[in-house]
Design a protein around this ligand. Structure first.
Ligand SMILES: Cc1cc2nc3c(=O)[nH]c(=O)nc-3n(C[C@H](O)[C@H](O)[C@H](O)COP(=O)(O)OP(=O)(O)OC[C@H]3O[C@@H](n4cnc5c(N)ncnc54)[C@H](O)[C@@H]3O)c2cc1C
Length: 398
């Protein structure tokens, strides 16, 4: 039996698994296709249980220092302001971190990378892209394109954490079932101080506006505004500076022109892989499930996969469990991706985009009902913070 675990992808999921396994004294090799850790703007919300999981690696404290602590979030509309505000402090008995942290996800990658390197034992290889794999009775062989040509690496198990276009998933012919939304999402980052214009704003604000939803979310030094685009809009139209300005002015009208630091457009999918395991090969994170960003569950759910799978691998590695324990990973995590993350993010989107008076009334009644009842508020925050999904996974034991 070969004596290490192979991980494809040095994103938040691959590095979380690598950190856990390193701490458990297990040698890992991580292959990252890029020459360095990417610094692109993607997810920016860390939920309470994710902060609990990352704390042993010093990452939570550093994310708090480098990011913004968001104890509350709001639903609003442009005409009425705040419709409902939810305060994570009611989760004080459920988590060590009863708040969200708003911080760019690439900062976590740097923190985990540095922590892993400081421990020694792990082999993180940049410019190494997995291109294929084979399974033998001794383990898994990965074919890897390196700066020096194609090389072969062997390990006891392989974790495919190389994102939505996972080569591992495709090599195993695992269907990625689901659909792609017609509309793409536009994210505009600006240093404009929305909090001065709307003093009651929290750091995370979902606008369930009757005309069109959008959200305003703060990361250090910047606000990110996200809008759905119309399916028929071309990229040239969407990126037209006048149209972007018009969108921003519609969201919040002001005398000056908005200064913009980043503008990103991306396709949004709701897909869950048909299987998470085949023999000694596992997929996790975006390789296994992708969803819309409303609720910030994609990256967090992927990190929860990583800790679940790495925890089981560590037990089996150290002789504290048999191979059947590894089957429990898919049994616990795939239903969560389907029944919690996928359905919750679809519901979040549908609630926000409600555009008939009746649908809007239903959503506003729901918000009032939940915020008026402490038990319902608590249950709602357990769901939105993803604690409920982790508890549901724990209840699945075979
Ligand atoms: C533009 C954009 C915006 C997003 N915004 C949000 C948001 O606002 N909120 C939210 O919750 N989520 C958001 N997401 C989703 C979120 O970023 C992902 O859920 C998260 O990054 C998943 O982490 P991961 O480690 O599974 O995959 P990734 O972060 O994609 O990491 C995979 C890594 O694998 C590497 N890789 C790829 N192919 C190979 C290969 N063949 N061999 C080796 N390495 C490889 C990649 O370079 C990358 O470093 C966004 C995604 C995108 C693309």
């Amino acid at each position: 039996m070969t004596n290490r675990i192979l991980i494809a992808g040095a994103g938040p999921v691959g590095l979380s698994a690598a950190a856990y396994l390193t701490q458990a004294g297990i040698p890992v090799t991580v292959f990252e296709a890029e020459d360095a850790l990417p610094e692109n703007l993607r997810a920016s919300t860390f939920h309470p249980p994710t902060l609990d999981m990352l704390a042993p690696y010093g990452a939570t404290q550093s994310l708090i220092e480098q990011g913004l602590v968001a104890p509350k979030f709001q639903f609003r509309d442009r005409a009425n302001g705040c419709l409902a505000e939810f305060d994570f402090s009611v989760l004080a008995d459920d988590t060590e971190h009863p708040f969200r942290v708003q911080c760019e996800q690439f900062k976590l990658n740097f923190l985990l990378h540095d922590w892993i390197e400081a421990q020694g034992g792990a082999d993180i290889r940049f410019g190494h892209a997995i291109t294929g794999l084979r399974q033998t009775e001794n383990g898994v062989t990965a074919l890897v394109k390196t700066p020096d040509g194609e090389e072969v690496f062997t390990g006891r198990w392989l974790i495919g954490a190389e994102g939505a276009n996972s080569v591992v998933r495709q090599t195993l012919d695992i269907p990625f079932e689901g659909f792609t939304w017609d509309e793409r999402f536009l994210v505009v980052s600006t240093p404009y101080p929305f909090e001065e214009a709307m003093p009651d704003l929290t750091l995370v604000n979902y606008f369930a506006d009757p005309e069109q939803w959008f959200f305003l979310l703060k990361v250090p030094g910047l606000w990110r505004a996200m809008f759905p685009t119309r399916p028929e809009e071309t990229e040239a139209e969407i990126f037209d500076p006048e149209r972007i300005e018009a969108r921003m002015q519609w969201a919040h009208s002001m005398a000056d022109t908005y200064e913009r630091t980043h503008t990103t457009l991306y396709r949004v999918h709701q897909r869950v892989a048909e299987r998470y395991r085949e023999g000694g090969v596992f997929i996790a994170g975006d390789a296994a499930h992708i969803n819309n960003p409303l609720g910030g569950m994609g990256m967090n759910g992927g990190i929860h996969d990583a800790f679940n799978l790495a925890g089981k691998m560590a037990k089996v590695w150290h002789g504290e469990g048999d191979d059947g324990l590894l089957d429990l990973y898919e049994k616990q995590r795939r239903p969560i991706a389907l029944d919690y993350v996928n359905s919750q993010t679809i519901r979040n989107k549908q609630n926000l985009e409600a555009n008939t008076p009746a649908a809007q009334r239903t959503f506003r009644d729901f918000l009032a009902e939940v915020s008026d009842d402490p038990k319902k508020t608590h249950d709602y925050l357990l769901r939105t913070s993803m604690i409920a999904s982790l508890r549901a996974a724990e209840r699945i034991t075979d």
